[in-house]
Design a protein around this ligand. Structure first.
Ligand code: RFL
Ligand code: PHB
Length: 389
Protein backbone atom coordinates (compact mmCIF):
# COMPACT_ATOMS: atom_id res chain seq x y z
CA UNK A 1 0.00 0.00 0.00
CA UNK A 2 1.25 3.49 -0.92
CA UNK A 3 1.59 6.06 1.84
CA UNK A 4 1.38 9.84 2.03
CA UNK A 5 0.76 12.42 4.76
CA UNK A 6 -2.60 13.75 3.55
CA UNK A 7 -4.79 12.03 0.97
CA UNK A 8 -7.16 14.47 -0.74
CA UNK A 9 -10.30 13.39 -2.57
CA UNK A 10 -11.19 15.69 -5.47
CA UNK A 11 -9.28 18.07 -7.76
CA UNK A 12 -11.71 20.99 -7.55
CA UNK A 13 -10.76 24.36 -6.05
CA UNK A 14 -10.87 22.93 -2.49
CA UNK A 15 -8.71 19.84 -3.05
CA UNK A 16 -6.15 21.52 -5.29
CA UNK A 17 -5.73 24.60 -3.13
CA UNK A 18 -5.34 22.44 -0.02
CA UNK A 19 -2.66 20.37 -1.75
CA UNK A 20 -0.88 23.57 -2.80
CA UNK A 21 -1.00 25.15 0.69
CA UNK A 22 0.26 21.94 2.31
CA UNK A 23 3.11 21.81 -0.17
CA UNK A 24 4.08 25.39 0.73
CA UNK A 25 4.23 24.23 4.36
CA UNK A 26 6.38 21.20 3.50
CA UNK A 27 3.61 18.58 3.80
CA UNK A 28 3.15 15.90 1.18
CA UNK A 29 -0.25 15.02 -0.25
CA UNK A 30 -1.81 12.96 -3.03
CA UNK A 31 -4.93 14.18 -4.84
CA UNK A 32 -7.32 11.54 -6.19
CA UNK A 33 -9.63 12.80 -8.95
CA UNK A 34 -12.42 10.72 -10.50
CA UNK A 35 -12.40 12.57 -13.85
CA UNK A 36 -9.65 13.21 -16.37
CA UNK A 37 -7.65 16.44 -16.51
CA UNK A 38 -9.36 17.83 -19.61
CA UNK A 39 -12.79 17.38 -18.02
CA UNK A 40 -11.79 19.08 -14.77
CA UNK A 41 -10.16 22.00 -16.61
CA UNK A 42 -13.11 22.43 -18.95
CA UNK A 43 -15.93 22.39 -16.40
CA UNK A 44 -17.68 25.78 -16.42
CA UNK A 45 -18.89 26.91 -13.01
CA UNK A 46 -18.44 29.86 -10.71
CA UNK A 47 -17.07 33.23 -11.77
CA UNK A 48 -16.87 35.54 -8.77
CA UNK A 49 -13.96 35.74 -6.35
CA UNK A 50 -14.44 37.73 -3.18
CA UNK A 51 -11.69 40.19 -2.37
CA UNK A 52 -10.46 37.92 0.46
CA UNK A 53 -10.47 34.77 -1.68
CA UNK A 54 -8.42 36.50 -4.40
CA UNK A 55 -6.04 37.65 -1.68
CA UNK A 56 -5.65 34.07 -0.39
CA UNK A 57 -4.69 32.94 -3.90
CA UNK A 58 -2.24 35.84 -4.27
CA UNK A 59 -0.59 35.12 -0.92
CA UNK A 60 -0.08 31.53 -2.08
CA UNK A 61 1.76 32.75 -5.20
CA UNK A 62 -1.18 32.12 -7.54
CA UNK A 63 -2.05 35.71 -8.45
CA UNK A 64 -0.09 36.05 -11.71
CA UNK A 65 -2.57 35.17 -14.44
CA UNK A 66 -5.54 35.97 -12.17
CA UNK A 67 -4.42 39.59 -11.82
CA UNK A 68 -3.60 39.90 -15.52
CA UNK A 69 -6.81 38.38 -16.87
CA UNK A 70 -9.34 38.72 -14.04
CA UNK A 71 -11.83 41.57 -14.30
CA UNK A 72 -11.97 43.93 -11.33
CA UNK A 73 -15.58 44.94 -10.61
CA UNK A 74 -16.43 47.79 -8.27
CA UNK A 75 -20.08 46.82 -7.92
CA UNK A 76 -23.12 45.04 -9.35
CA UNK A 77 -26.49 46.06 -10.78
CA UNK A 78 -30.00 45.16 -9.72
CA UNK A 79 -32.69 45.38 -12.41
CA UNK A 80 -36.39 45.35 -11.59
CA UNK A 81 -39.57 47.22 -12.52
CA UNK A 82 -38.00 48.38 -15.79
CA UNK A 83 -34.98 50.07 -14.20
CA UNK A 84 -31.36 49.32 -13.44
CA UNK A 85 -29.83 50.34 -10.10
CA UNK A 86 -26.13 50.19 -9.40
CA UNK A 87 -24.68 49.16 -6.05
CA UNK A 88 -21.18 50.60 -5.79
CA UNK A 89 -19.37 48.19 -3.46
CA UNK A 90 -16.15 50.21 -3.42
CA UNK A 91 -18.09 53.23 -2.22
CA UNK A 92 -20.25 51.23 0.23
CA UNK A 93 -17.66 48.95 1.82
CA UNK A 94 -14.33 49.91 0.32
CA UNK A 95 -13.72 46.81 -1.78
CA UNK A 96 -14.93 45.08 -4.90
CA UNK A 97 -14.82 41.61 -6.43
CA UNK A 98 -12.82 39.86 -9.11
CA UNK A 99 -14.51 38.08 -12.02
CA UNK A 100 -12.23 35.14 -12.87
CA UNK A 101 -13.66 31.78 -13.90
CA UNK A 102 -13.42 28.81 -11.58
CA UNK A 103 -11.97 26.77 -14.43
CA UNK A 104 -9.13 29.28 -14.69
CA UNK A 105 -8.47 28.99 -10.93
CA UNK A 106 -8.44 25.20 -11.36
CA UNK A 107 -6.04 25.38 -14.35
CA UNK A 108 -3.67 27.66 -12.40
CA UNK A 109 -3.74 25.30 -9.41
CA UNK A 110 -3.11 22.16 -11.48
CA UNK A 111 -0.22 23.87 -13.28
CA UNK A 112 1.31 24.96 -9.94
CA UNK A 113 0.96 21.50 -8.38
CA UNK A 114 2.48 19.72 -11.36
CA UNK A 115 5.32 22.26 -11.69
CA UNK A 116 6.22 21.58 -8.05
CA UNK A 117 6.26 17.82 -8.62
CA UNK A 118 2.92 17.26 -6.84
CA UNK A 119 0.87 14.11 -7.35
CA UNK A 120 -2.64 14.33 -8.81
CA UNK A 121 -4.00 10.96 -9.92
CA UNK A 122 -6.65 11.64 -12.56
CA UNK A 123 -9.18 8.91 -13.36
CA UNK A 124 -9.00 7.68 -9.73
CA UNK A 125 -12.47 7.21 -8.24
CA UNK A 126 -12.28 6.98 -4.45
CA UNK A 127 -14.69 4.23 -3.46
CA UNK A 128 -13.96 3.45 0.19
CA UNK A 129 -12.60 5.36 3.18
CA UNK A 130 -11.68 3.26 6.21
CA UNK A 131 -10.11 3.66 9.63
CA UNK A 132 -10.98 7.31 10.19
CA UNK A 133 -11.08 6.70 13.95
CA UNK A 134 -7.56 5.21 13.82
CA UNK A 135 -4.23 7.01 13.27
CA UNK A 136 -3.82 5.45 9.83
CA UNK A 137 -6.94 5.94 7.66
CA UNK A 138 -6.96 4.45 4.17
CA UNK A 139 -8.66 5.26 0.88
CA UNK A 140 -9.34 2.66 -1.81
CA UNK A 141 -9.81 3.90 -5.37
CA UNK A 142 -10.70 2.46 -8.76
CA UNK A 143 -8.82 3.30 -11.94
CA UNK A 144 -9.19 1.94 -15.46
CA UNK A 145 -6.20 -0.31 -14.77
CA UNK A 146 -7.40 -1.72 -11.43
CA UNK A 147 -7.75 -0.76 -7.78
CA UNK A 148 -5.27 1.17 -5.65
CA UNK A 149 -5.09 1.98 -1.97
CA UNK A 150 -3.45 4.81 -0.06
CA UNK A 151 -2.70 5.11 3.65
CA UNK A 152 -2.30 8.56 5.24
CA UNK A 153 -2.34 10.48 8.49
CA UNK A 154 -5.42 12.41 7.46
CA UNK A 155 -8.11 12.21 4.74
CA UNK A 156 -9.49 15.45 3.25
CA UNK A 157 -12.88 15.01 1.59
CA UNK A 158 -12.90 17.70 -1.11
CA UNK A 159 -14.98 15.63 -3.51
CA UNK A 160 -17.84 18.06 -4.07
CA UNK A 161 -21.59 17.65 -3.92
CA UNK A 162 -21.68 14.12 -5.40
CA UNK A 163 -18.61 12.66 -3.71
CA UNK A 164 -18.22 9.70 -1.38
CA UNK A 165 -16.54 11.27 1.65
CA UNK A 166 -19.80 12.73 3.02
CA UNK A 167 -21.19 9.22 3.50
CA UNK A 168 -18.10 8.18 5.46
CA UNK A 169 -18.63 11.02 7.93
CA UNK A 170 -20.52 9.29 10.71
CA UNK A 171 -22.59 11.11 13.32
CA UNK A 172 -22.90 14.46 11.54
CA UNK A 173 -26.10 16.48 11.25
CA UNK A 174 -27.51 17.38 7.87
CA UNK A 175 -29.35 20.69 7.30
CA UNK A 176 -31.00 20.95 3.91
CA UNK A 177 -33.32 23.11 1.82
CA UNK A 178 -34.51 22.53 -1.75
CA UNK A 179 -35.69 25.50 -3.85
CA UNK A 180 -38.41 25.37 -6.51
CA UNK A 181 -36.01 26.85 -9.11
CA UNK A 182 -33.10 25.85 -11.31
CA UNK A 183 -30.66 27.86 -13.45
CA UNK A 184 -30.13 27.36 -17.13
CA UNK A 185 -26.61 28.71 -17.74
CA UNK A 186 -24.85 29.43 -21.01
CA UNK A 187 -21.34 30.47 -21.91
CA UNK A 188 -21.47 32.45 -25.16
CA UNK A 189 -18.98 33.94 -27.57
CA UNK A 190 -20.31 37.48 -27.36
CA UNK A 191 -19.02 40.60 -25.61
CA UNK A 192 -20.74 41.34 -22.28
CA UNK A 193 -23.77 43.64 -22.66
CA UNK A 194 -22.64 45.75 -19.68
CA UNK A 195 -19.42 46.27 -17.73
CA UNK A 196 -20.68 44.65 -14.53
CA UNK A 197 -23.00 41.86 -13.37
CA UNK A 198 -26.74 42.42 -13.63
CA UNK A 199 -29.12 40.51 -11.33
CA UNK A 200 -32.58 40.91 -12.89
CA UNK A 201 -35.90 40.25 -11.20
CA UNK A 202 -38.60 40.01 -13.85
CA UNK A 203 -42.18 38.79 -14.02
CA UNK A 204 -40.96 36.09 -16.42
CA UNK A 205 -38.33 34.98 -13.89
CA UNK A 206 -34.79 35.78 -12.74
CA UNK A 207 -31.91 36.38 -15.16
CA UNK A 208 -28.23 37.05 -14.54
CA UNK A 209 -25.73 38.75 -16.80
CA UNK A 210 -22.11 37.84 -16.06
CA UNK A 211 -18.96 37.35 -18.09
CA UNK A 212 -15.60 35.64 -18.37
CA UNK A 213 -13.65 38.04 -20.58
CA UNK A 214 -14.23 41.06 -22.84
CA UNK A 215 -15.30 38.55 -25.54
CA UNK A 216 -17.18 35.89 -23.56
CA UNK A 217 -20.48 36.28 -21.66
CA UNK A 218 -21.92 34.02 -18.98
CA UNK A 219 -25.70 34.24 -18.76
CA UNK A 220 -28.32 32.51 -16.61
CA UNK A 221 -32.11 32.10 -16.63
CA UNK A 222 -34.42 30.89 -13.88
CA UNK A 223 -36.22 27.74 -15.06
CA UNK A 224 -38.36 25.09 -13.36
CA UNK A 225 -36.37 22.55 -11.28
CA UNK A 226 -37.36 19.67 -13.59
CA UNK A 227 -36.73 21.63 -16.81
CA UNK A 228 -34.99 19.87 -19.71
CA UNK A 229 -32.31 21.50 -21.85
CA UNK A 230 -33.87 20.07 -25.05
CA UNK A 231 -36.81 22.42 -24.58
CA UNK A 232 -34.45 25.42 -24.85
CA UNK A 233 -33.11 25.89 -28.36
CA UNK A 234 -30.64 28.78 -28.60
CA UNK A 235 -33.21 31.16 -30.14
CA UNK A 236 -35.52 30.66 -27.15
CA UNK A 237 -32.68 31.28 -24.66
CA UNK A 238 -31.68 34.55 -26.34
CA UNK A 239 -35.27 35.75 -26.60
CA UNK A 240 -35.86 35.08 -22.92
CA UNK A 241 -32.59 36.82 -21.97
CA UNK A 242 -33.59 39.80 -24.09
CA UNK A 243 -36.97 40.08 -22.36
CA UNK A 244 -35.71 39.59 -18.81
CA UNK A 245 -32.44 41.55 -18.94
CA UNK A 246 -33.78 44.28 -21.22
CA UNK A 247 -30.24 45.30 -22.23
CA UNK A 248 -30.19 46.91 -25.69
CA UNK A 249 -26.54 45.92 -26.22
CA UNK A 250 -27.09 42.20 -25.54
CA UNK A 251 -26.09 40.42 -28.77
CA UNK A 252 -26.67 36.69 -29.36
CA UNK A 253 -23.49 34.77 -30.16
CA UNK A 254 -22.36 31.14 -30.50
CA UNK A 255 -23.15 29.14 -27.35
CA UNK A 256 -20.03 27.31 -26.15
CA UNK A 257 -21.61 25.49 -23.21
CA UNK A 258 -25.05 25.12 -21.62
CA UNK A 259 -26.39 23.28 -18.59
CA UNK A 260 -29.21 23.24 -16.03
CA UNK A 261 -28.41 23.29 -12.30
CA UNK A 262 -31.04 22.65 -9.60
CA UNK A 263 -30.68 24.79 -6.49
CA UNK A 264 -30.30 23.69 -2.93
CA UNK A 265 -28.72 24.58 0.39
CA UNK A 266 -26.96 21.97 2.48
CA UNK A 267 -24.73 22.00 5.56
CA UNK A 268 -23.08 18.96 7.14
CA UNK A 269 -22.05 19.66 10.71
CA UNK A 270 -19.58 18.99 12.17
CA UNK A 271 -17.43 18.86 9.04
CA UNK A 272 -15.09 16.37 10.71
CA UNK A 273 -15.06 12.88 12.24
CA UNK A 274 -11.80 11.40 13.54
CA UNK A 275 -9.16 11.81 10.83
CA UNK A 276 -11.63 12.71 8.06
CA UNK A 277 -12.16 16.43 7.29
CA UNK A 278 -14.68 17.68 4.72
CA UNK A 279 -14.18 20.95 2.83
CA UNK A 280 -16.01 22.88 0.09
CA UNK A 281 -19.11 21.48 -1.59
CA UNK A 282 -18.57 18.11 0.14
CA UNK A 283 -19.49 19.87 3.41
CA UNK A 284 -21.92 22.54 2.25
CA UNK A 285 -23.80 23.62 -0.85
CA UNK A 286 -25.23 27.09 -1.49
CA UNK A 287 -27.55 28.20 -4.29
CA UNK A 288 -25.38 30.19 -6.76
CA UNK A 289 -27.31 33.48 -6.41
CA UNK A 290 -24.91 34.78 -3.74
CA UNK A 291 -21.77 33.68 -5.68
CA UNK A 292 -20.34 32.04 -2.57
CA UNK A 293 -19.56 28.37 -3.39
CA UNK A 294 -16.00 28.65 -4.68
CA UNK A 295 -15.16 31.28 -2.07
CA UNK A 296 -16.28 29.03 0.78
CA UNK A 297 -14.27 26.14 -0.68
CA UNK A 298 -11.08 28.24 -0.74
CA UNK A 299 -11.73 29.64 2.74
CA UNK A 300 -12.34 26.18 4.28
CA UNK A 301 -9.09 24.73 3.05
CA UNK A 302 -7.07 27.73 4.11
CA UNK A 303 -8.34 27.09 7.66
CA UNK A 304 -7.69 23.35 7.30
CA UNK A 305 -4.18 23.82 5.92
CA UNK A 306 -3.33 26.15 8.81
CA UNK A 307 -4.61 23.58 11.33
CA UNK A 308 -2.70 20.71 9.71
CA UNK A 309 0.53 22.71 9.56
CA UNK A 310 0.20 23.54 13.24
CA UNK A 311 -0.44 19.89 14.10
CA UNK A 312 2.57 18.63 12.14
CA UNK A 313 4.72 21.39 13.61
CA UNK A 314 3.75 21.24 17.29
CA UNK A 315 1.65 18.11 17.74
CA UNK A 316 -1.23 20.27 19.00
CA UNK A 317 -4.69 19.26 17.77
CA UNK A 318 -6.32 22.49 19.02
CA UNK A 319 -6.83 24.02 15.55
CA UNK A 320 -7.91 20.71 14.01
CA UNK A 321 -10.42 20.27 16.83
CA UNK A 322 -11.93 23.70 16.17
CA UNK A 323 -11.83 23.39 12.34
CA UNK A 324 -15.55 22.78 11.90
CA UNK A 325 -16.63 25.49 14.34
CA UNK A 326 -14.14 27.94 12.80
CA UNK A 327 -15.63 27.36 9.33
CA UNK A 328 -19.26 27.26 10.45
CA UNK A 329 -19.49 30.98 11.14
CA UNK A 330 -18.61 31.87 7.56
CA UNK A 331 -20.62 28.96 6.13
CA UNK A 332 -23.86 29.94 7.87
CA UNK A 333 -23.47 33.63 6.95
CA UNK A 334 -23.03 32.56 3.33
CA UNK A 335 -26.02 30.23 3.63
CA UNK A 336 -28.20 33.04 4.91
CA UNK A 337 -27.05 35.48 2.27
CA UNK A 338 -27.38 32.97 -0.59
CA UNK A 339 -30.87 32.00 0.55
CA UNK A 340 -31.82 35.69 0.91
CA UNK A 341 -30.57 36.56 -2.61
CA UNK A 342 -32.32 33.50 -4.04
CA UNK A 343 -35.70 34.33 -2.50
CA UNK A 344 -35.34 38.01 -3.35
CA UNK A 345 -34.59 37.56 -7.03
CA UNK A 346 -36.53 34.52 -8.20
CA UNK A 347 -40.08 34.65 -9.39
CA UNK A 348 -42.40 32.73 -7.08
CA UNK A 349 -43.45 29.66 -9.14
CA UNK A 350 -47.06 30.03 -7.94
CA UNK A 351 -47.04 33.65 -9.11
CA UNK A 352 -48.33 34.78 -5.71
CA UNK A 353 -48.98 38.55 -6.08
CA UNK A 354 -48.20 39.18 -2.40
CA UNK A 355 -44.76 37.57 -2.78
CA UNK A 356 -44.20 39.63 -5.91
CA UNK A 357 -44.93 42.90 -4.12
CA UNK A 358 -42.70 41.90 -1.19
CA UNK A 359 -39.79 41.28 -3.56
CA UNK A 360 -40.32 44.60 -5.35
CA UNK A 361 -40.46 46.41 -2.03
CA UNK A 362 -37.22 44.86 -0.83
CA UNK A 363 -35.47 45.57 -4.15
CA UNK A 364 -36.57 49.21 -3.93
CA UNK A 365 -35.29 49.35 -0.34
CA UNK A 366 -31.90 47.87 -1.31
CA UNK A 367 -31.60 50.37 -4.16
CA UNK A 368 -32.72 53.40 -2.16
CA UNK A 369 -31.32 52.94 1.34
CA UNK A 370 -27.59 53.20 1.91
CA UNK A 371 -27.88 51.04 5.04
CA UNK A 372 -29.66 48.25 3.16
CA UNK A 373 -27.27 48.46 0.19
CA UNK A 374 -24.30 48.39 2.54
CA UNK A 375 -25.53 45.20 4.16
CA UNK A 376 -25.85 43.49 0.78
CA UNK A 377 -22.42 44.78 -0.31
CA UNK A 378 -20.75 43.59 2.90
CA UNK A 379 -22.10 40.08 2.39
CA UNK A 380 -21.41 39.98 -1.34
CA UNK A 381 -17.73 40.97 -1.09
CA UNK A 382 -17.24 38.61 1.86
CA UNK A 383 -16.65 41.19 4.56
CA UNK A 384 -19.67 40.31 6.71
CA UNK A 385 -17.86 37.86 9.00
CA UNK A 386 -14.68 39.87 9.14
CA UNK A 387 -12.91 36.53 8.85
CA UNK A 388 -11.45 36.90 5.38
CA UNK A 389 -9.41 39.99 6.02
P1 RFL B 1 -15.86 20.62 -6.91
O1 RFL B 1 -15.40 21.75 -7.75
O2 RFL B 1 -17.16 20.00 -7.27
O3 RFL B 1 -14.71 19.52 -6.96
C1 RFL B 1 -14.91 18.22 -6.47
C2 RFL B 1 -14.07 17.27 -7.28
O4 RFL B 1 -14.14 15.97 -6.72
C3 RFL B 1 -14.25 15.02 -7.77
N1 RFL B 1 -14.82 13.80 -7.20
C4 RFL B 1 -14.09 12.69 -6.88
N2 RFL B 1 -12.80 12.41 -7.04
C5 RFL B 1 -12.36 11.20 -6.62
N3 RFL B 1 -13.18 10.27 -6.06
C6 RFL B 1 -14.50 10.51 -5.89
N4 RFL B 1 -15.30 9.60 -5.34
C7 RFL B 1 -15.01 11.78 -6.31
N5 RFL B 1 -16.23 12.34 -6.30
C8 RFL B 1 -16.11 13.56 -6.84
C9 RFL B 1 -15.09 15.73 -8.81
O5 RFL B 1 -14.92 15.18 -10.11
C10 RFL B 1 -14.56 17.15 -8.70
O6 RFL B 1 -13.47 17.37 -9.59
O7 RFL B 1 -15.92 21.01 -5.38
P2 RFL B 1 -15.08 22.10 -4.51
O8 RFL B 1 -13.62 21.97 -4.76
O9 RFL B 1 -15.62 22.00 -3.14
O10 RFL B 1 -15.50 23.51 -5.13
C11 RFL B 1 -16.80 24.00 -4.98
C12 RFL B 1 -17.22 24.79 -6.21
O11 RFL B 1 -17.01 24.01 -7.36
C13 RFL B 1 -18.68 25.25 -6.14
O12 RFL B 1 -19.02 25.65 -4.83
C14 RFL B 1 -18.93 26.45 -7.09
O13 RFL B 1 -18.79 26.09 -8.42
C15 RFL B 1 -20.34 26.99 -6.86
N6 RFL B 1 -20.69 28.08 -7.77
C16 RFL B 1 -20.24 29.37 -7.52
N7 RFL B 1 -19.39 29.62 -6.50
C17 RFL B 1 -18.88 30.88 -6.32
O14 RFL B 1 -18.10 31.08 -5.37
N8 RFL B 1 -19.18 31.93 -7.14
C18 RFL B 1 -20.02 31.77 -8.22
O15 RFL B 1 -20.21 32.72 -8.96
C19 RFL B 1 -20.60 30.46 -8.41
N9 RFL B 1 -21.42 30.22 -9.44
C20 RFL B 1 -21.48 27.84 -8.88
C21 RFL B 1 -21.85 28.95 -9.70
C22 RFL B 1 -21.90 26.57 -9.21
C23 RFL B 1 -22.68 26.39 -10.32
N10 RFL B 1 -23.03 25.07 -10.60
C24 RFL B 1 -22.78 24.47 -11.85
C25 RFL B 1 -23.35 24.19 -9.51
C26 RFL B 1 -22.64 28.77 -10.80
C27 RFL B 1 -23.10 27.49 -11.10
C28 RFL B 1 -24.01 27.34 -12.27
C1 PHB C 1 -20.93 33.49 -12.87
O1 PHB C 1 -20.28 34.39 -13.44
O2 PHB C 1 -20.90 32.33 -13.26
C2 PHB C 1 -21.77 33.84 -11.70
C3 PHB C 1 -21.78 35.13 -11.21
C4 PHB C 1 -22.57 35.45 -10.11
C5 PHB C 1 -23.34 34.47 -9.52
C6 PHB C 1 -23.32 33.18 -10.00
C7 PHB C 1 -22.54 32.86 -11.09
O3 PHB C 1 -24.15 34.80 -8.47
Amino acid sequence: MERTQVVILGAGPAGLFLSHLLHLGGIESVVLERRDRAYVEGRVRAGVLEFGAAELLREAGLGGRMDREGLVHRGINLRFAGQRHRLDFEDLVGRGILVYGQQEVVKDLIAARLAAGGTIIFGADAVRIEGIESTRPTVAYDTSSGQGELAADVVAGCDGSHGTSREALTGARRFERIYPYAWLGILAQTPPAAEELIYAYHERGFALHSMRSPAVSRLYLQVAPDEELDRWPEARIWEELRLRLDEPSLRPGPVIESSITPMRSLVIEPMQAGRLFLAGDAAHIVPPTGAKGMNLALADVSVLAGALLEWYRSGSTALLDSYSADCARRVWRAQHFSSFMTQLLHRDPQGDPFEHRLRLSNLAYLSGSRAAAKSLAENYVGAATGALG
